[in-house]
Design a protein around this ligand. Structure first.
Ligand code: IPE
Ligand code: IPE
Ligand code: MG
Length: 239
């Protein structure tokens, strides 16, 4: 594994947007945009190793995305299953640890089972931690944390007193993962779309004009290099 020469950014989060538009521009069905997007996922994961990034969170499916046409959802789930299955050898080769945030139980059974199986098998890997946000919503995550705290207190498991930001952080989906240093969204849209609302409170934001299938490892590396330079010189990153 490539040695990390930089410690910043330790965690990069990406809103992978623009698959549908990429397909439309080519007169292809939307699902072909999602298929092309998987290649970008693979090359960005690969780039994280060379760049020495420890955590990569990818927004793959939001709670709002359940409102999409049923055919698109089933196509996306099938692609997700195939991606996970074909990725197993590479995850082991590169010591990638797979994690998930979101409502895994809402996914089709075979997808969530495959996901849990791979998470278990890669749990001891010490390379990149790849976190997929699936059926994820930032507000839902915060609400789930609040509900969990209330439940624990009712049972008397936790001491009463004030609920602090630290206590809330400990009840999020991945409490051991540091917050994202840098959050990238592709396709030129400048929205958070309910992504990591609590965790991104202090993140640097970067909006890339390319559609996700056109945003591969090469673009990703450029953004990281630029963000590092800007950070070193104390400047803001150009959007
Ligand atoms: C992002 O691409 C991928 C998912 C939300 C699964 P979109 O499907 O949102 O593509 P656009 O934004 O319609 O172009
Ligand atoms: C955000 O993209 C969700 C993912 C990338 C998974 P969307 O395309 O779903 O978000 P909106 O609808 O433009 O806000
Ligand atoms: Mg979109």
């Amino acid at each position: 594994m490539a040695e990390a020469s930089h410690s910043w950014p330790a965690h990069v989060a990406v809103i992978m947007d623009g698959n549908g538009r990429w397909a439309k521009q080519r007169n292809l069905p939307r699902i072909e945009g999602h298929r092309a997007g998987i290649k970008s996922v693979q090359s960005v994961v690969e780039s994280c190793r060379t760049l020495g990034i420890r955590y990569l969170t990818l927004y793959a499916f939001s709670v709002e995305n359940w409102k999409r046409p049923r055919k698109e959802i089933s196509g996306l789930m099938a692609l997700l299953y195939d991606y996970l299955t074909s990725e197993i050898p590479r995850l082991h080769r590169d010591a990638v640890r797979l994690r998930a945030i979101g409502q895994l139980d809402r996914l089709p059974r075979r997808v969530s089972q495959q996901f849990r199986r791979i998470m278990e098998k890669t749990a001891s890997h010490r390379g990149l931690t790849l976190i997929l946000a699936l059926s994820y919503g930032g507000r839902t995550e915060i609400l789930d944390a609040v509900r969990e705290i209330a439940k624990e207190r009712k049972k008397g498991r936790e001491q009463g007193g004030e609920v602090t930001p630290e206590i809330l952080s400990r009840h999020l989906y991945a409490p051991d993962v540091p917050p994202p240093d840098l959050l990238i969204r592709t396709s030129g849209e400048r929205r958070l779309s309910n992504f990591l609302l609590w965790e991104s409170a202090r993140s640097q934001l970067y909006f890339a004009p390319q559609m996700w299938p056109d945003f591969g490892g090469e673009q990703f590396e450029k953004v990281i290099v630029e963000a590092r330079k800007a950070r070193e010189s104390g400047e803001r990153i150009e959007a």
